[in-house]
Design a protein around this ligand. Structure first.
Ligand SMILES: [Zn+2]
Length: 315
C-alpha cells in the first residue's frame, strides 16, 4: 500500500547544526526523532533517507558565487558565512546540500505520485538569499523547491506559508515581484526581532501586489492572536487556489523559546497543519511539504513538530 507521508531524517541531515553552544545545535533532529518514536508516529510514515543536492540543483536558486563561497569556507572549516550568525564548520557544504537534496527528493516523490506529503524537520532555511547565507541558513531549500517546481514540473502557482517566529525574508524578497508565489507569514513584529522585516504594508511589488500577506504579532502574543491571524492566512490562500503548498513550521514561536518572545502552544502548529492539509486536498491534489525551520527549545520543537506530523498522517 502506498504511504501518504514521507519523513526525512538521517545522519547527513542531523549534521546540519553549528558547534560551540550555538542555538541551532546538532541535537535538534534527535530530540524530534525520540518523541516521534515514543508516540509511534514512525510506524505511520515512510521514513526516507536524505540525499545530497547536486551543484546544478543548488544553482536553480543560488548564485554561482554563493555556492562556491560556501564550498571554500567548508573546506577551510572556520570563520563565518555571513556577518556573524552563521558559522562555517568542516562539512557545512555537504550538510547544507543534504537539507536541499532531501527537500528535492521529497518533491520528486510527491510529483511522481509515490506520496502526497513530506515532512522534513531539519529544513526550511528561510533566511538564506540567492547570493548569501543569513540567520543560520546556508542554502535556501525552500527557494530551490519553488524554482524546481517552476523549471522541472511546470507548476508556477505555489503557496509558501511560514509560522516560524522570524520573518521568512529570504523567501519573501526573492519573490517579492513574483505574482504566482502566494506568500503568507505570521511572525513576531520585526521591531523586536531578527531580521527586522515583514511589515503589514509589504504586500508584494508591481504585478505581485496583494499576493503577499505579512502579519506581525507583538511580543507576548499567544494562541488567541495566532488563531485570529491564521483565519486571514487561510482566506488569503483560498483566494489564489495554489497548486502546491509549502509550510515552514518553525517551533521558535512557542512559549519559552530562548531567542524570541511569542507564547504559542503546540496547538497552533497542529491547527496550521490540519487546515493546510484540507486546503491542499481542495486545490493542490493534496500536495503539501512541511519543513521544521527554527525552534531552539528541544522540548518545544519535539512537541510542535510531532503535533504537525500527527496531523499529516490523519487524513
Ligand atoms: Zn526562526
Amino acid at each position: 500500500m502506498k504511504s501518504e507521508v514521507l519523513l526525512f531524517v538521517g545522519e547527513t541531515l542531523g549534521n546540519y547544526g553549528f558547534p560551540d553552544g550555538h542555538p541551532f545545535s546538532i541535537d535538534r533532529q534527535g530530540a524530534f526523532w525520540n518523541e516521534t518514536r515514543k508516540q509511534g508516529l514512525d510506524r505511520k510514515v515512510t521514513v526516507a533517507a536524505p540525499r545530497i543536492a547536486t551543484r546544478e540543483e543548488l544553482l536553480r536558486f543560488h548564485s554561482e558565487r554563493h555556492v562556491t563561497r560556501v564550498e571554500t569556507r567548508s573546506r577551510i572549516g572556520n570563520g563565518y558565512l555571513d556577518q556573524g550568525d552563521t558559522p562555517a564548520f568542516p562539512g557545512v557544504f555537504e550538510a547544507a546540500s543534504a537539507v536541499t537534496g532531501s527537500a528535492l527528493e521529497g518533491l520528486h516523490r510527491i510529483m511522481a505520485g509515490e506520496a502526497l506529503r513530506a515532512f522534513q524537520p531539519i529544513g526550511g532555511m528561510h533566511h538564506a538569499r540567492r547570493d548569501q547565507a543569513a540567520g543560520f541558513c546556508v542554502f535556501n531549500d525552500l527557494g530551490v523547491v519553488i524554482d524546481t517546481l517552476r523549471s522541472q514540473y511546470g507548476i508556477a502557482r505555489v503557496a509558501y506559508v511560514d509560522i516560524d517566529v522570524h520573518h521568512g525574508d529570504g523567501v519573501f524578497y526573492s519573490y517579492e515581484s513574483d505574482p504566482e508565489l502566494i506568500f503568507a507569514d505570521i511572525h513576531e513584529d520585526g521591531r523586536f526581532l531578527y531580521p527586522g522585516t515583514g511589515f503589514a504594508h509589504e504586500t508584494g511589488a508591481g504585478a505581485a501586489r496583494g499576493t503577499k500577506l505579512n502579519i506581525t504579532l507583538p511580543p507576548g502574543a499567544g494562541d488567541k492572536e495566532f488563531f485570529a491571524a491564521w483565519e486571514r492566512v487561510l482566506e488569503h490562500l483560498r483566494r489564489f487556489r495554489p497548486r502546491f503548498i509549502i509550510l515552514q513550521a518553525g517551533a521558535d514561536s512557542l512559549a519559552g523559546d530562548p531567542l524570541a518572545h511569542l507564547n504559542l502552544s503546540r496547538a497552533a502548529h497542529a491547527h496550521a497543519a490540519s487546515t493546510l492539509l484540507a486546503l491542499a486536498n481542495d486545490t493542490a491534489k493534496g500536495r503539501l511539504m512541511v519543513f521544521g525551520g527554527g525552534g531552539y527549545d528541544l522540548g518545544n520543537l519535539a512537541a510542535a513538530w510531532t503535533g504537525v506530523l500527527s496531523r499529516l498522517t490523519e487524513d
